[in-house]
Write a protein that binds this ligand. Structure first.
Ligand code: DLL
Length: 432
């Protein structure tokens, strides 16, 4: 079923007309309400009147995650707080998170795009959808939740973790759709096997997987192990959360709800738009948001756009599966982690040196973050008890700042290799 046929199957000209009107309005809104973006526009001599259609978008300055951090917490909101009905947050490049605020209309729009996404995936009103993304500041849980209710399907708001219970409820409630990260889906399959439950005996038929990169190989593995159709869903908090784009049952790229989120692909080095169909960094402008509209937001995600009509009948532009990121952000069990965050935690602990190495591995289907850190000469002791206390202190500091657990290993000073050039801080051994 196509949820909003008029929009999802609009011609290119119709779509461009809608986008142009909405973009023009958003540019004016931002210019008059966000001093930092207005200053950027003035610096390059651009006025709101210079943006008349989508074609003019490349005249506008970019927005980066650092702009949100510099305006922490609410400096990029364009409505008074009395209009904001929900806050969410995701990791920033330092300790401070990126905060996003939604008006009532924003929440309605978000539900609409998630409902479209679910319909693309083949979910219908009679489905029972188990939402195993985290509920809370992360956008995954509540995003999928309201989209499911808006569709009229049944939602099981179980949130993440508690794996045996997840499987038990799948059996008891007859869950037909599971929404979680792809790595958690593989873990569910492992635990099911341990519990002696054959996936074929469940009613599961569709998985809505996203929040982290995953490959076609991983898709095949999940589909075979869980006996379901595995659908890719994409989104980011700064734009709205999950539902910015989603695959249809043809699984040939994710349809972007481009009447709300205007995509571009740029070369991350020159910052110029790439030629049609080429791979580069994905950039989004939100053109209907009220709480925190954003222009030319650099997602750092690498992909390409496909403008051909899809066999499903939708004309919404598609983005290919993400091929990675142009920055050093890691996604560990769905949580965004920047090496710089680890560094700032270590800098606050006086016994350690700011020399560290992060290793990411897959244990079965779960991501494991390992941190090797040097202890300062005067604190390096033969007393196991003292070192163990320090190790615990670092582990707790990382858990509470980043929201992700790490296996910490303390090493003697000068153990970690020094390089003359860029330090290699991360070794990612995961095979997607
Ligand atoms: O991860 C929103 C989301 C929740 C998407 C649930 C899908 C499902 P953030 O925590 O702000 O938001 O992280 C956004 O995650 O820039 C990508 O790097 C990555 N990401 C999200 N979906 C995908 C995907 C949510 N399908 C960042 N494939 C984004 C690859 C993804 N990467």
């Amino acid at each position: 079923m196509i949820w909003n046929e008029k929009i999802e199957c609009a011609s290119r000209d119709e779509m461009a007309a809608i986008q142009s009107i909405r973009l023009e309005r958003t540019v004016r809104r931002i210019y008059h309400n966000i001093p930092s973006y207005r200053a950027k526009m003035q610096e390059i001599g651009i006025m709101p009147g210079d943006i008349k259609s989508v074609e003019d978008i490349s005249k506008l300055p970019f927005t980066n995650k650092s702009d949100l951090r510099d305006n922490y917490p609410f400096g990029m909101f364009t409505v008074p707080m009395s209009e904001i009905v929900r806050l969410h947050a995701s990791s920033g490049t330092t300790g401070k998170p990126t905060v996003v605020g939604y008006t009532r209309n924003d929440l309605q729009m978000w539900s609409e795009v998630v409902t479209r996404a679910l319909c693309m995936a083949g979910v219908h009103k009679n489905d029972i959808v188990q939402v195993a993304y985290g509920y809370g500041l992360f956008t995954g849980g509540l995003g999928l939740h309201y989209g499911t209710e808006n569709l009229g399907a049944t939602v099981i708001p179980i949130s993440g973790g508690n794996t045996k219970k997840q499987i038990q409820l799948m059996q008891d409630f007859g869950t037909s759709v599971i929404a979680c990260t792809p790595s958690y889906a593989l873990y569910l399959a492992e635990v099911m096997k341990e519990m002696g439950i054959a996936p074929g005996s469940l009613k599961l038929r569709i998985g809505i997987f996203g929040a982290e990169p995953w490959t076609e190989n991983m898709r095949r593995e999940i589909e075979a192990k869980l006996k379901i159709k595995a659908i890719d869903i994409y989104g980011l908090s700064e734009v709205v959360g999950p539902g910015v784009s989603c695959e249809c049952s043809h699984q040939t790229g994710m349809h972007i709800s481009e009447d709300h989120f205007l995509p571009e692909i740029i070369n991350p080095e020159t910052l110029e738009p790439v030629k049609n169909g080429e791979t580069g960094e994905l950039v989004f402008s939100t053109i209907t948001k009220e709480g925190i509209p954003i222009l030319r937001y650099r997602t750092r995600d690498l992909t390409r756009l496909i403008y051909d009509k899809c066999d499903c009948g939708r004309t919404l532009v598609r983005m290919e599966k993400c091929k990675g990121r142009s920055d050093d952000m890691l996604i560990i069990r769905g949580v965004n982690v920047f090496p710089s965050q680890i560094e700032s935690v270590l800098l606050e602990i006086s016994e350690t040196e700011p020399h560290y190495l992060l290793m990411v591995e897959r244990d079965g289907s779960l991501d494991v973050l390992k941190l090797m850190v040097e202890v300062q000469e005067q604190f390096f002791s033969d007393e196991i008890r003292e070192l163990e206390a320090l190790r615990k202190k670092i582990t707790n500091a990382i858990q509470s700042t980043l929201g992700v657990s790490a296996e910490v290993r303390l090493v003697e000073p000068k153990t970690i290799e020094r390089t003359a050039g860029k330090a290699k801080r991360v070794i990612d051994n995961r095979k997607y």
